[in-house]
Design a protein around this ligand. Sequence first.
Ligand code: GLU
Length: 469
Amino acid sequence: MSVVKTRFAPSPTGYLHIGGARTALFSWAYAKRHGGQFILRIEDTDVARSTPEAVQAILDGMAWLQLDHDEGPFYQMQRMDVYKRMIQRMLDEGHAYYCYCSKEELDALREQQMQQGIKPRYDGRWRPEPGKVLPPPPDNVPPVVRFKNPTEGVVVWQDLVKGRIEIANAELDDLIIARADGTPTYNFCVVVDDWEMGITQVIRGDDHVNNTPRQINMLKALGATVPQYAHLSMILGDDGQKLSKRHGAVSVMQYHEDGYLREAVLNYLARLGWSHGDDEVFSMAQFCQWFDLDHITPSAAQFNTEKLNWLNAHYIKTLPLERLADEVKPRLLALGITDTQAPDLHAVLTLYRERANNLNQLAKEIAFFYQTPVINEADAAKHIQPETAAIIEAFVQQVQDSAWTADILHDALNQVVAAQQIKFPKLAMPLRVAVIGIAQSPSIDQVMALLGKTVCLQRLRVLFPNLTA
Ligand code: GLU
C-alpha cells in the first residue's frame, strides 16, 4: 500500500477563496486521516495572471487556517527544466509530435468545422501515423508540441466523489503540451508534477473534470501510476447562485478581517459538502479522524452565512480565554487600545463572550472598559429624563462608601429601586448610558464591578454634573 500523498495546487491569480480553502482542507484532512503527506504546489506558469501578491495571499490564507504542508511550496516556474525534459521524452518515445500549424491555419480549420456544424478540434494534420506522409516542416513557423492522444477506446476512472466517469478518446483531440516558445502548458505541468511528486489522490474542484481524461492519457503514456481523483462540486452562494464577490467575502483572509475565528471557518468549511451523521460542531483533530471521501455529496454545496455566524458564536463562547484574548487584542489595538490590564481582559471576555458572534463586534463592545465611551444620543434621549438625576444621586449615595463588588452593587440597585418605587430599567438604563455609552450590556452590576469605582463615578459625573454625592 503506497503512502497517501495529496496536494493543493492553486494558481496564484487572486486571493485564497472559500472554494480553494475547502479543497485545501479536504486534501489536508485526507492526508492526515491516512497518516500521509500533504503538498502545497503553486501553479504559477500563467505568468500573465500570476502575481507575487497572490502567492503571498495563498500562503497567508493557508497559514491562518493552519493547513500546514509537509512538502513545498513547490513553484512550477522553478521546475521548467523538469517539464522540458519530459516533453523531450514524450517526443523521443513517440507520444508527442511537432505541429507546424500557423494560427491562421487553425483559425481557418475552426471556421470550416463550425460551418459544418462539428465541434472545433485539431484535425491531426501533423500527427505522424504509420504510412502517413507528412509535409516538410515550414521554415517560418516555430512548432508547438502536441500529445498523441489515443484515438480509440475510452478513458475511465472511478471518481471518489462522482462515481464512474467514462470519456471516449474520440472526443479528445491532441492537446498542445509545449507552446512555440518551448514553455509547457498547464495540463502537462500538472501531469508531470502529480507523477513526480507521487500524488496518490487528486482532490480538486470539479471545474477540472474535463482535464482529467487528458491527464490520465498523458500519465499512461509516461508509464506513470494514475492517481485516484476526487472532484468536489462547486459552492453556491446563499441565494443558490455560483459563489462570487457579490455574496460578500469570498476571500478567506477577508473572513479573518471581518471578525471570524479560524476554528469557525474550518468547522464550517468541513461541513460544506461533507457530513458525519448529524455532527455539526467538531475540532480539526476530530475531523481528521473522521474525514473520508465517501461522505462528500456530489451535488453543489450551498453557503450559509447564518450557520457560519452560529459557529463563530459557538467558538467565541468556548475557546480557551487565552486564545480568544489573542484574537481580540489586535482588534482592540485597531480601536486605539494598547493596554488591556485593567480591567483584566480575561474577566471582560468572560462577561461579554456569551453574547458575541463576531470578534470585531466583541472588540467594539468591550472598548468602553479601556477608553471613554461616546454617549449614544438616541439612548441618552430615551433613558435620561428629568427625574433621572435624582435616581442616580440616590444610587451613588448608596454605593460611594461601600466595597465595589458585583454582589454589593446588585443589592444596592435593588434597594434604590425599592426605595424610589421605580421599575428597574429606570435606574439600570441611565447607568448603562453613562458608564458604557449605550443602553445594552450584560448585567450592569458585573460591568460596573469590573470597571471599578473610580471610573464609574467619574463617568456618572460627566453625564450628571450636578451630583452632590
Ligand atoms: N491550479 C489549478 C487551479 O487553481 C488546480 C489544478 C489541480 O488541482 O489539478 O484551479
